[in-house]
Design a protein around this ligand. Structure first.
Ligand code: NAD
Ligand code: TYD
Length: 336
């Protein structure tokens, strides 16, 4: 039985991971440590609260005493560190919390893993650590890190610390660097849920700059299947890129959402660009395909259609976020 500390498991990707893994496997026990920031939402985990192989702890990865207590109490054998401040625009407004959670928090998890000794530490990183591409080429695992936003810089610093802990102390670290995710339970500050929800509300769709920025999109379940493979079979000390070869210009995504929802392109509003905006991301995932046999299962067209339908059907989920109601839900259930 793997006893896995999943951090940030109430966020978008972490909650999808927990829902998926508890549905598909019996050989894991999950301790979900999440601070429940604005991005953490326990409603993402409705249905697993009482699962015998799951427990939730509200807390901060920067709290070293709490982290030590969890490792000891649950005899943690594996860590998957999803916890992060994850939004580039917020990091531009204020970088301190990004440094605290993404760098210091990862450092505390690594120190604790070193102290107790574990079997594997999976650090969930991002393709944004590589910086921006011109019109040609792709990020490979050997591409030098050149992060541009405070978010990307904090993630790159965490990666470097994780690799240093492996090199110096033998902590069994593996890193995944994935491209832009989309799917159910994504917080509506990120492009795709924001477009869907604004369209449904007949509100303007803000497109930064010329809208020709390129992102390489992957469905969240495909990402999480890669995380699962890395957890089971990833080679210690290695970095694995994860992406589904789905480059799209932002404006193409905007038009696709409007089309599926039968809304007018008059809702499009070109707005002031994000400072330091990375032009293009494209990820080469040959290594994980060749070494671990990973392949994405979902086509962009089908998974986007399902994602849009999910937001249509789950209006209550996002309306509570927009109204701020879900914050009260946490306060009632989990006093700090
Ligand atoms: P998210 O913002 O939806 O969720 C982050 C979660 O971490 C939230 O539940 C939040 O409450 C929790 N958290 C934040 N600070 C914490 C702290 N100090 N202690 C404990 N918990 C804390 O983010 P996401 O989109 O699910 O991303 C998860 C991970 O995947 C991040 O590490 C991110 O860098 C990485 N990533 C995201 C994408 C993407 O497209 N979203 C792509 C590649 C990599
Ligand atoms: P985002 O979802 O914030 O992810 P990231 O910046 O980490 O790639 O943004 C995806 C792309 O969409 C990025 O090029 C910025 C752009 N964007 C907009 O044009 N309008 C928006 O309102 C948002 C949130 C993003």
């Amino acid at each position: 039985m793997k006893k896995i500390l999943v951090t940030g498991g109430a966020g978008f990707i972490g909650s999808n991971f927990i829902n998926y893994i508890l549905k598909t496997r019996k050989d894991v026990f999950i301790v979900n440590l999440d601070k429940l920031t604005y991005a953490g939402n326990l409603k993402n985990l409705t249905g697993v609260e009482n699962h015998p192989n799951y427990t939730f702890i509200k807390g901060d990865i920067v709290n070293d005493e709490l982290v030590r207590y969890i490792f000891q109490k649950y005899r943690i054998t594996h860590v998957i560190n999803f916890a992060a401040e994850s939004h580039v625009d917020r990091s531009i407004l204020g970088s301190e919390i990004f440094f605290r959670t993404n760098v210091l928090g990862t450092n505390i998890l690594l120190e604790t893993a070193k102290y107790f000794g574990i079997e594997k530490f999976v650090q969930i990183s991002t393709d944004e650590v590589y910086g921006s591409l011109g019109p040609e080429g792709q990020f490979e695992e050997t591409t030098p890190l050149q992060p541009n936003s405070p978010y990307a810089a904090s993630k790159a610093a965490a990666d470097m610390m994780a690799l240093a802990f492996h090199h110096t102390y033998g902590v069994p670290v593996v890193i995944t660097r994935c491209s832009n995710n989309y799917g159910q339970y994504q917080f509506p500050e990120k492009l795709i849920p924001l477009l869907i929800i604004n369209s449904l509300n007949d509100q303007k769709l803000p497109v930064y700059g010329d809208g020709l920025y390129v992102r390489d999109w992957i469905y969240v379940i495909d990402h999480n299947k890669a995380v699962e493979l890395v957890l089971d079979e990833g080679k210690i000390g290695e970095v694995y890129n994860v992406g589904a070869n789905t480059e799209k210009r932002n404006i193409e995504i905007v038009k696709l959402v409007l089309k599926q929802l039968g809304k007018s392109e008059e809702l499009i509003e070109f707005v002031k660009d994000r400072p330091g905006h990375d032009r293009r991301y494209a990820i080469n995932s040959k290594k994980i395909k060749k070494q671990l046999g990973w392949e994405p299962d979902y086509s962009f067209e089908n998974a986007m259609r399902d994602t849009i339908n999910w937001y249509i059907k789950n209006e209550k989920w996002w309306k509570e976020i927009i109204s701020g109601e879900y914050i009260n839900y946490y306060k009632l259930q989990y006093q700090a």
